[in-house]
Design a protein around this ligand. Structure first.
Ligand code: AVI
Length: 321
């Protein structure tokens, strides 16, 4: 699709080959699975439903901060930037900012072509003034194949990374990602990022153990996915969801615990699970404002702004290089 105001570039990301990673994780003495496995079609629907639960405060709170602080954020960033959103999904949150921020170009990046095409079309219709240059690629592999839209001199590049997705990165990977973003946006460029905050562990516990059991289903869905895609024969009823706040590591950990001693076949291999053995499926790191600002400074950024909700549950930071 190339029509001036709306452009779609397909970098043709290779279909994710999960087998090696899954086998490596499940053969390890401390079994683990990568959190990216959550997001097949069913998992993505479950995640959207989790965001609507009364217990899962991050989405609602971040959206509230964006609404309340849109003018202040736009004033800090300035209009006419090239706004780049890695992992843009349905581009819902950015829409809170578009009218006040008035970017010269919005560049959503996503690995899911259909998702991206749908949201680009919707944005193009809803914002008749907006230039949208979408890029279908796997940003986790780096931004080497990404070219920011050429715009008039003076337009700075700003990356928008909401949702506390950064919390699902191990701290060293978070630092590497922030460094990569700093290189991408270059001198005078910026980063607007949503980060979940440390808080009463009981609030965190409820957010990852919702009463409807959606997070439980989201976690167990990984086993359904392995059955469907890697010819495995997991019985999800023989595992249970376990999520807790590890205060020493400042993170929510999600695990699937084997209810009994069992063997599971996966891609022709037999994997053994002891009763009570865990498969670690996700970490969700929580930061203080100061800790995250320190991490961003280490990556080469300078603090320009920080907005919180009135209960100090969630933070939105703006940094520039
Ligand atoms: C996408 N990510 C920021 C979510 C989180 O809170 O770490 C994923 C999630 N896992 C369980 N519930 C939500």
């Amino acid at each position: 699709m190339t029509a001036g105001r709306i452009r779609f570039t397909d970098r043709e990301p290779a279909p994710t080959d999960i087998l090696d990673e899954v086998l490596k994780g499940l053969r390890s003495p401390k079994k683990r699975l990568p959190p990216k496995l959550f997001y097949d079609k069913r998992g993505s629907e479950l995640f959207e439903a989790i965001c609507e639960t009364p217990e899962y405060y991050p989405t609602r709170t971040e959206t509230g901060i964006l609404h309340d602080s849109a003018a202040a954020i736009a004033e800090t960033i300035g209009q006419n930037c090239v706004l780049i959103e890695p992992g843009s999904g349905n581009s819902q949150k950015v829409q809170i900012l578009l009218e006040t921020l008035r970017p010269a170009v919005y560049m959503p990046i996503d690995i899911s072509k259909d998702h991206l095409k749908r949201s680009v079309e919707a944005l193009g219709t809803a914002y008749q003034w907006l230039h949208v240059h979408a890029v279908c690629m796997d940003y986790t592999a780096g931004f080497e194949s990404f070219e920011a839209a050429p715009v008039s001199i003076g337009s700075k590049k700003v990356v928008f990374f909401p949702g506390s997705t950064i919390g699902n990165f191990e701290p060293r990977d978070a630092l590497a990602f922030l460094r990569m973003v700093a290189r991408l946006v270059g001198r005078d460029g910026g980063l607007l990022i949503g980060v979940d905050l440390k808080k009463d562990p009981a609030v965190l516990h409820r957010a990852y153990n919702d009463a409807q059991g959606l997070t439980r289903e989201f976690n167990l869905n990984v086993l359904h996915r392995l059955n469907a895609e890697l010819d495995a024969d997991f019985d999800p009823n023989r595992f249970y969801h376990y999520a807790f706040y590890n205060a020493g590591e400042s993170r929510i950990e999600m695990h699937l615990i084997s209810r009994c001693a069992q063997n599971v076949r996966l891609a022709g291999e037999i994997l053994s699970f002891a009763e009570g053995e865990s498969v670690h499926t996700e970490n969700s790191y929580k930061y203080t404002v100061h800790e995250f600002q320190t991490l961003a400074r280490t990556a080469g950024f300078q603090v320009q702004g920080c907005w919180l909700d009135d209960r100090n549950l969630f933070s939105i930071h703006y940094f520039d290089v």
